[in-house]
Write a protein that binds this ligand. Structure first.
Ligand code: HPA
Length: 266
């Protein structure tokens, strides 16, 4: 971790971002809002995982968004690529080590709610870990017992609500349920997820939320809805659809994030 941390500090050349952003599938366009960008391929940072998922760039882009220093991980590794729930541990620890205080996660997700259609943005207010996996399994000491009651930072969520009103973009809120993937859910699983209280389903984010809370970072997370859950419309789901639909909601999310960072005192 030390090698990656010192290399990142060297490449950032004095930039100290307090907010970091992880971009999900098809949401890479958000880096276009970064001014004075510094790009660092994950491959240049020892121990950073490579993402083999198409639609994920696999680089850090650091610079300014709304005149605030920001560090963006464009692309993430997923549990379903390797079977390691803690695959994002090193990048999150490195971010904490360079002074990041707040992590904003984004993903693409399937909606379980007719009133949250594809192209919408949903702020995650809480999650259900349906995978049975946890990135802290095997952690040796009592630090592993991380409280998750306030996993999603209330002040940041309020900033997002205010920002969404300022830019006139509807921001839904709901519960995200983590399925391991990589196969999509079955219609029966989607019906179950609804019964259990979920509003959206996806294959990422939850392990990173747990790791970020373990590292003491504040967390907020947003889903861009790319489709209705399996069986809700009759059509088959595909990653192609995710990549095609994500940029639409991604633009809306970009507006919210820019307004949010602009108004933030971090
Ligand atoms: N299920 C799981 N992950 C997803 C979906 C979905 O319907 N859409 C985008 N990511």
């Amino acid at each position: 971790m030390r090698a990656a941390t010192s290399e990142l500090v060297r490449r950032l050349d004095g930039l100290v971002p307090e907010t970091a952003l992880i971009l999900g599938s098809g949401l890479g366009d958000l880096v276009d809002s970064v001014t004075d960008p510094i790009s660092i391929p994950f491959g240049d940072l020892e121990g950073f995982p490579q993402s083999g998922v198409s639609g994920h760039a696999g680089e850090i882009v650091a610079g300014y968004m709304a005149d605030k220093p920001i560090l963006i991980l464009s692309g993430r590794a997923h549990y379903y690529e390797h079977g390691n729930a803690d695959i994002m541990r090193l990048p999150i620890e490195v971010m904490q080590a360079i002074g990041v205080k707040r992590l904003i996660l984004t993903n693409s997700a399937g909606s379980l709610r007719e009133d949250i259609p594809p192209g919408s943005v949903m702020m995650i207010s809480d999650h259900i870990n349906w995978s049975g996996m946890n990135p802290l399994i095997g952690e040796a000491d009592d630090r592993r017992f991380v409280g998750m009651t306030n996993a999603y930072d209330a002040p940041t969520m309020e900033e997002a609500r205010v920002a969404s009103k300022a830019v006139d973009v509807t921001l839904h809120e709901g519960i995200y349920m983590w399925f391991s993937g990589p196969s999509f859910e079955t219609p029966a699983e989607i019906r179950m997820a609804k019964l259990l209280g979920a509003d959206a389903v996806g294959m990422s984010t939850v392990p990173e939320v747990i790791l970020a809370r373990f590292c003491g970072l504040d967390v907020a997370a947003f889903s861009v809805i790319t489709n209705y859950g399996a069986g809700m419309t009759g059509g088959e789901l595909s990653h192609g659809e995710t990549k095609e639909m994500a940029p639409q909601g991604g633009k809306k999310l970009g507006k919210i994030l820019l307004a949010m960072l602009g108004a933030s005192n971090q």
